[in-house]
Design a binder for this molecule. Structure first.
Ligand code: ADP
Length: 225
């Protein structure tokens, strides 16, 4: 099993300290796709941030290939995150002063292995071509549409060949047509590279397109439909 979330509990310190996640369990295998639906405030982003090691649970374990990565030091966790996990958010978070190609290469800036860096550059060129942005590779994000920027963000998330791609409302700021195109792109790249995909979404349409779909309710994942 690529990813195993075991008995995760998370409570934010506030007046109402009800756990957002309560003994939550989930599993995801290599190449699998999963949608996480649920009402606003149900804890979807919290769960995704914990899986992406951007946040830590109060208790529980997070196994990646049978190793509990919560045991890693912060430094090792950061390098694990950089190597194994790609992120796409609702807004693309591209750097306005960098070109499309430069933005895509940002995750590789810390890579010391020159051969790997070269592979990433080749991969960047292939992926930019594949998502239909070759003619835009030297342009700045401000000159691109929202859908195009999100396609760049997807390429950037995949540049390091992560094992898991985490997408938090990736189509939330797009119109229907662009939303459809981004979902299709995520699924295509998932099929091509066997990258596991977890999508947090409000969209039932996206939920139906993932092989597995759950609803986050009362701190736990329940099968959706
Ligand atoms: P969703 O993604 O399903 O909308 P979130 O995971 O963003 O839900 O939030 C779940 C709950 O936790 C909400 O009630 C939210 O207000 C609260 N919450 C999220 N992040 C924090 C934080 N950093 N500090 C305090 N409360 C938070």
């Amino acid at each position: 099993m690529l990813l195993k979330v075991q008995h995760i509990t998370k409570t934010y310190l506030s007046e109402n300290s009800t756990p957002v996640l309560l003994n939550l369990d989930m599993e995801l295998d290599s190449g699998q796709t999963m949608a996480i639906l649920g009402p606003s405030g149900s804890g979807k982003s919290t769960l995704l941030n914990i899986i992406g090691t951007l946040d830590k649970p109060d208790s529980g374990a997070l196994f990646f290939n049978d190793k509990n990565i919560l045991d890693l030091s912060d430094k090792d966790l950061a390098s694990f995150r950089n190597r194994e996990i790609g992120f796409v958010f609702q807004s693309h978070h591209l750097l306005p002063q960098c070109t499309v190609m430069e933005n895509v290469m940002i995750p590789t800036l810390a890579v010391k292995d020159e051969a790997f860096k070269k592979q990433c550059k080749t991969r960047a060129m292939e992926l930019i071509h594949e998502v239909g942005l070759w003619d835009h590779k030297d342009k700045f994000p401000g000159t691109l549409s929202g859908g195009e920027c999100q396609r760049v963000a997807v390429v950037r998330a995949l540049i390091n060949k992560p094992r898991i791609l985490l997408a938090d409302e990736p189509t939330g700021s797009l119109d229907r047509e662009n939303a459809h195109a981004i979902t299709a792109l995520l699924l295509k790249l998932n099929g091509e590279f066997n990258t596991s995909l977890i999508v947090v979404t409000h969209s039932e349409e996206i939920g139906k397109q993932m092989a597995n779909a759950f609803k986050l309710l009362d701190g736990q994942l329940k099968p959706w439909k």
